[in-house]
Design a protein around this ligand. Structure first.
Ligand code: NAP
Length: 483
């Protein structure tokens, strides 16, 4: 099977913060890979923009280093790298002052898509937006891309949305959640809405519960200052896990159209019930196996910020009434593992007798480290030993099933190309972001009011025991490699 590369329209991508960490690790390699795939039209340009006084040549050198570090084998082809570098330019611009804006204006050409990527601290969004407008850099083909964190709570998210709305139409704003750019996440929609098999069973009548786990082995790794003010709830649950929950639980949209999809996701967030305090476990990693503790990493011996969270929630709607959703995310966990498990109910009657055991079908959607979908089915244990049952996986590793075309693009590759194409389906809308904060805020306020401290857990473990106990009280177990 061969994947098709559909070239996008001619564009200029201006990356504010083009010398930053995100640009270096994600944006530049992503664009280079799309260039190598033939998706960038001749003449398309990447324009790095930040305060430092660099020339095009300085920036091209920065790009070369970034590619050699983060673009894999493709970057070994020097002629490809050099051809790409000819599309790269740099302008020294201050988001908060007049420097560089006339020069940037002068660089722009008409009749092509203009994408302005705000890969900077959100405190700079206002200055950038104002100056883009003042210098008449926005036209009908212009769009802006904004990175997370999108607000710290509902109030700040509303303020940020209002600020952007003063300068841009909502149809021009692309709020990135890179989880939505993952191939499997989109496959979730394809599997649900492209097959007759699952949708009739996709409800509280047939599904016992759903688990979403996003576990990382890394700690806060140099992001201590930001993380300490955010914690796992703001950093992961409010956005990434919420988006996964939306895709797994939403109603089929009428069309695969940005607003139709986002309308359905919004309904899911609005249907979320309040979470009871005893249905949330917060944790904080401690030193173990030679690793430092969270408190050491953020240099705050009294920190009460959570690096782990597990919670149970419900959706107040017809489809899901009574089906719990268990969400779990943490740093310094025993494995890197992101997966969604849909656990179906047992058959209503066990015709094979008690010895055969009771079995649940499980559909596992693996997001990382490997992307794939597995359906656990129950079959007869082979051999003459009577009718014993055994669960086996119907495994669809994308890499094996799809061959070379399964070498799926990184989330940033897909999302940046969607920006150029003007497709907002995989980007969060203002009301979605605000609804997610409206659900998250009272939970955070609740534990702040109670003075809850996170439970300690060993680095490289499964998280606090309380998280295991929380799900066991319901007669269930965490699925996946972390349990
Ligand atoms: P960073 O490494 O600190 O880079 C910040 C960039 O902003 C630099 O290029 C800096 O260059 C530029 N900058 C600072 N002040 C400026 C000003 N007044 N005018 C113009 N440019 C200015 O930050 P980052 O890690 O790349 O993160 C960028 C954004 O993406 C943040 O909002 C972050 O939360 C978000 N994000 C980052 C990651 C990640 O993996 N790094 C992941 C998700 C989201 P100069 O100093 O030369 O101006």
């Amino acid at each position: 099977m061969v994947s098709r590369t559909i070239p996008v329209d001619l564009f200029d991508l201006v990356v504010f913060g083009g010398t930053g960490d995100l640009a270096r690790r994600k944006i530049l390699p992503a664009l280079f890979k799309r260039f190598c795939s033939g998706q960038m039209a001749d003449g398309a340009r990447l324009i790095g923009a930040s305060r430092r006084d660099w020339s095009d040549a300085d920036y091209r050198e920065f790009v070369r280093k970034s590619l050699s570090e983060f673009a894999g084998e493709l970057a070994l082809d020097r002629s490809l790298v050099e051809t790409f570098c000819r599309c790269v330019h740099y302008v020294s611009v201050d988001a908060n002052g007049p420097r560089g804006w006339d020069e940037l204006s002068g660089l722009m050409v008409a009749d092509r898509v203009r994408a302005f990527y705000f890969s900077v601290d959100p405190g700079l969004f206002s200055g950038l937006s104002m100056r883009l407008q003042d210098h008449e850099l926005m036209n009908e083909q212009s769009r802006v891309v904004v990175e997370k964190p999108f607000g710290h709570d509902l109030e700040t998210a509303q303020a940020l949305n209002a600020e952007l709305a003063q300068h841009f139409d909502e149809s021009q704003i692309y709020r990135i959640d890179h989880y939505l750019g993952k191939e499997t996440v989109q496959n979730l929609m394809a599997v649900r809405f492209g097959n007759m098999l699952f949708e009739p069973l996709w409800n509280a009548q047939y599904i016992d519960h759903i688990q979403i786990t996003v576990a990382e082995t890394v700690g806060v790794d140099g992001r201590g200052e930001y993380y300490e003010s955010a914690g796992a709830m703001r950093d992961m649950v409010q956005n990434h896990l919420m988006q996964l929950l939306c895709l797994i639980a939403m109603e089929p949209p009428t069309f695969f159209d940005p607003d139709a999809v986002r309308d359905e996701k919004l309904k899911v967030i609005r249907a979320l019930s309040n979470v009871e305090p005893h249905h949330i476990v917060r944790g904080q990693y401690t030193a173990a196996d030679g690793a430092t503790s969270y408190r050491e990493d953020v240099d705050n011996p009294r920190s009460r910020t959570e690096s782990f969270i597990a919670l149970k929630c419900h959706l107040n709607n017809w489809r899901w009434a009574g089906t719990p959703f268990y969400l779990r995310t943490g740093k310094r966990m025993s494995e890197r593992d992101s997966e969604i498990t849909v656990v179906f109910k047992e058959t209503p009657h066990a015709i094979f007798g008690q010895e055969a055991g009771r079995h649940n079908n499980e559909l596992t959607i693996q997001l990382q480290p490997d992307e794939g979908i597995t359906l656990g089915v129950t079959i007869k244990d082979p051999g003459p030993g009577g009718m014993r049952l055994v669960d086996v996986p119907l495994d669809m590793s994308f890499a094996e099933a799809l061959g070379p075309s399964a070498d799926s693009p990184d989330a940033y590759e897909r999302l940046i190309m969607d920006v150029i194409r003007g497709d907002q389906t995989l980007f969060m809308r203002n009301d979605e972001v605000e609804a997610a904060w409206a659900w998250t805020d009272p939970i955070i306020r609740g534990w702040q009011a109670r003075g809850d401290a996170p439970k300690p857990y060993d680095s490289y473990s499964a998280g606090p025991d309380d998280a295991t106990m929380m799900i066991r009280r319901d007669g269930r177990e965490w699925r996946g490699v972390i349990n």
